[in-house]
Write a new protein. Sequence first.
Length: 56
Amino acid sequence: MFNNFVYQNPVKILFGKGQIAQLSKQIPADAKILLTYGGGRIFQKRVYEQGKKCLF
């Protein structure tokens, strides 16, 4: 048996050089975030660490 529901997911994508620095301006300090990625390149290229530094 399924329950009826509505799911809305507005998405804003910041793409390009230097966009990680914009995260703190785009995401409220008290927001909960879900980070998705594929493979390990996010860690190899230090993107994860850069993003975490901007948000916390």
